[in-house]
Design a protein around this ligand. Structure first.
Ligand SMILES: Cc1cc2nc3c(=O)[nH]c(=O)nc-3n(C[C@H](O)[C@H](O)[C@H](O)COP(=O)(O)OP(=O)(O)OC[C@H]3O[C@@H](n4cnc5c(N)ncnc54)[C@H](O)[C@@H]3O)c2cc1C
Length: 395
């Protein structure tokens, strides 16, 4: 019998309960600006040029889009926002969002920073996860060479061993502190060596509980099959499979490269096909929870609701420790806060890093929140609705 609490993602009073009127008005202004594709385009181009010319734009970025989507520049800066979310039962994942480095010194520094987040997560039971992007701790070029089977020079071999060492150090630290590690998925042309590495880590650290999580991008045609294969391996080698399920963030890049190099596009034929496999993936995980822990990373209302229904149909409690719902900081609070209010495990990614280094991340968020086909973004509509509700309550 389905005894699951019903969740409404329309309840803006719960969604924005942590926001003061002033904070909400500021968000309203920001999302309103982002609604205009032309302004986002002009703004991002202006910023790119300003940063190249070293113009002093950092304070402007920091007070606007950075504040909206990031926790701060350092782990310490994130504390306030993290505690605020914890008050509403929502956990946070410190996400060091520095991108685009290609040198060993930076890789080493970023790996140490991630271990620092493990230490912090280890002492905050409400924030039991850490996350990293493999391309942050190793060269994309090298990962691609390994993927296509190129013979490596001694120097490259050493660099590859360093990547493996860094991944192991992070997973080992997490294992010691009983913190879960999410390993983000990126482009398909570097994913094979990462997958090998991640499954090595699962065999090593996931025998008793899910510590290491791989990411399954369901916008890829072959990913549902890969999820099933990963489960079979977990059964065969007797470990817990950590599954982070997402749709996938690199569609345009993937399609463009496939077309330029003349190989088959790995992305699903259309959005419906990606949605169908994502939801099939959720169902598969719920039906195999004996060996799977599921982390659902999505802003899609249907998929989040569908997961609550699957849990209900299988008599799984909302706070079952094997299932987590997750959204990005600054986005889809209507999903996060309403799920948390109904008792589900919700964790928000809280990106942080020096302002200049998280700019690519901020541009992606701004683009995501522009209007599509003349329709205002969902965030903007919800904030407007909540402001109107508050105005009506005070008159
Ligand atoms: C907590 C969290 C963690 C994440 N981690 C990762 C990660 O490690 N790696 C990663 O790649 N992404 C990651 N993402 C981003 C994610 O993959 C999606 O890009 C983003 O969340 C939008 O998808 P959605 O499920 O929220 O819903 P929706 O907004 O309903 O779906 C949009 C997505 O559908 C897919 N799509 C859209 N149009 C088409 C089409 N024509 N054909 C096929 N597919 C289409 C694309 O994946 C697109 O991003 C993460 C997201 C969250 C919330």
């Amino acid at each position: 019998m389905n005894s699951q609490p019903s969740v409404s993602f329309e309840n803006t009073s719960i969604a924005f309960s942590s926001k003061s009127d002033a904070a909400l008005k500021k968000m309203h202004f920001m999302f309103r600006v982002m609604n205009y594709p032309l302004l986002v385009n002009l703004g991002t181009n202006f910023l790119k040029i300003a940063l190249k010319l070293r113009l002093p734009v950092k304070p402007l970025v920091k007070r606007t889009i950075f504040e909206l989507f990031c926790g701060g520049e350092s782990v310490e800066d994130c504390r306030e926002k993290s505690l605020e979310l914890n008050k509403y039962g929502i956990g946070t994942i410190l996400d060091y969002s520095v991108e685009g480095t290609e040198n060993e010194e930076d890789f080493e520094r970023i790996a140490n920073e991630i271990i620092n987040t493990v230490e912090k997560a280890g002492i905050e039971p409400k924030n039991p996860f850490v996350v990293f992007k493999p391309s942050g701790i190793g060269s994309n070029v090298l990962l691609n060479k390994i993927q296509v089977g190129e013979v490596l020079s001694d120097h490259q071999e050493q660099a590859w061993n360093k990547i493996k060492g860094r991944v192991n150090n992070i997973c080992e630290a997490a294992f010691q502190k009983k913190v879960k590690v999410l390993i983000d998925a990126e482009e398909t042309w570097i994913q094979k060596p990462i997958d090998h590495l991640v499954y090595d880590m699962m065999r090593k650290y996931n025998s008793d509980q899910p510590i290491v999580f791989n990411t399954f991008q369901m916008y890829l045609k072959d990913m549902y099959q890969k999820l099933q294969n990963a489960y079979s391996d977990a059964v065969k080698f007797n470990y817990q499979l950590g599954v982070k399920l997402v749709r996938g963030a690199y569609m345009e890049k993937e399609r463009e490269r496939a077309q330029t190099l003349g190989y088959q596009d790995p992305i699903q034929i259309d959005k419906d096909a990606a949605d169908e496999d994502f939801n099939k993936g959720l169902k598969f995980c719920i039906e195999h929870l004996n060996k799977i822990a599921l982390f659902c990373g999505s802003h899609n209302e249907y998929s989040n609701r569908y997961l609550t229904e699957l849990m209900g149909n299988h008599n799984i409690r909302p706070d079952d420790p094997r299932i987590f719902f997750s959204q990005l900081y600054g986005m889809s609070d209507n999903i996060s806060f309403n799920l948390s209010n109904a008792g589900y495990n919700v964790i928000k990614y809280l990106p942080y890093g020096p302002v200049n280094d998280v700019i690519p991340y901020l541009f992606r968020r701004a683009e995501e929140n522009t209007s599509i086909a003349g329709q205002s973004s969902r965030e903007y509509v919800l904030i407007k609705k909540e402001l109107a509700r508050r105005r009506a309550n005070t008159t």
